[in-house]
Design a protein around this ligand. Sequence first.
Ligand SMILES: Cc1ncc(COP(=O)(O)O)c(C=O)c1O
Ligand SMILES: N[C@@H](CCCC[NH3+])C(=O)O
Length: 423
Amino acid sequence: MHYFQYKNGELHAEDLPVEALAREYGTPLYIYSATTLKRHYRAFDSAFSGIPHLTCYSVKANSNLSLLRILAREGAGTDIVSGGELFRALRAGVPPEKIVYSGVGKKTGEIQEALLAGILMFNVESAQELERINAVAGEMDKVARISLRINPDVDPKTHPYISTGLKENKFGLSRSEALETYALALKLPHVDPVGLDCHIGSQLTQLSPFLEALERLKAFHGQLADMGVRIRYLDLGGGLGITYDEEEPPHPADLGRALVKALQGMDVTLILEPGRVIAGNTGILVTEVQYTKTNEGKNFVIVDAGMNDLIRPSLYGSYHRIAPVRERGGAEILADVVGPICESSDFLAKNRSLPPVAQGDLLAAFSAGAYGFVMSSQYNSRPRAAEVMVEGDRHVLVRGRETYNELLALEEAGLSSISALEG
Ligand SMILES: Cc1ncc(COP(=O)(O)O)c(C=O)c1O
Ligand SMILES: N[C@@H](CCCC[NH3+])C(=O)O
């Protein structure tokens, strides 16, 4: 069941016509389906219901506060990678004891904030980070629960920019370094090594890399037990892929069955950090055609959403299905769908077969709920897209579009004092 569907030739977000929302809030506009979000979360979480587990939604995929609030009410924890994400997760009502903190570059202030909040654990990525967490926790008279992120050297068979578990990637510790670092953790008074963690990459479309990583972690778990480290949490990260085009990723239930079976007999709580599989197909980006033109036989459809709104096609060559919001007949044309940004890398699609579209038409880019708005910027001084959440026949503006004044707010003070520099 899809919640972005055509009814009588018009694209609907649940029960609302997308065109009406776009006319009300303007374009570019992100539209999210609350029903899809909940359905994805429940499908994922219930796949692991046979074992002790915690689903920590990866905030980086889509950090809109309202979306986080819905997930928090569903019982989700979160995987965060910055003080900013911690702040958001807490504001949205995620209980601190369901928050895990990943990332290679945690700063002292961020560690303090997480300790103050009382998060479940830090996924530590280097010996230096472990020492820093120990020192900060010591100053605060606390003991930090930690896991070490192992780099299992497994090929996730995905785009090189989003693969994270190969030895040439910056993430985690090799197994030999990790053994030494657990030994160090046992000696440090302000850290408690309770977990073992890995995350091998994103948009994975096969089960085998997950299972391979788990096998390596299990072998490592045995070595840790021999050293006297008692692991209570096994965190396998996120990474399950979605269908953008013709990919056929495993269903969460398949991943669940395979992992539950592989974990039999292990006395641990499984932690998972799904992002894309929860949020990706929960959102679309709606954009309006500004102009069409043909240069030497090449067709361009120029829309009002640019690489600043959805950077995935420019950054990874990613595919997003694009279709008119009102179904159109007529012979298809091959065109590049491009934005208004002054860069040739500013495109949503290249050589795409589209029905004939005209100025003023609305187009939807599908599967834009994850790594869409969160990766947007104000490049070319463009206010970022607004975000709307739909449920049934109701909707809420969950983030308005900033005004030009708001775009300049942080610079105004500089403008009033710049004359001092000008002498
Ligand atoms: C540590 C960590 N956990 C979870 C995720 C979420 O990944 P995905 O959106 O592919 O599920 C990522 C991103 O790849 C990550 O780096
Ligand atoms: N930003 C990437 C995913 C990165 C995952 C973060 N570790 C994407 O859009 O596909």
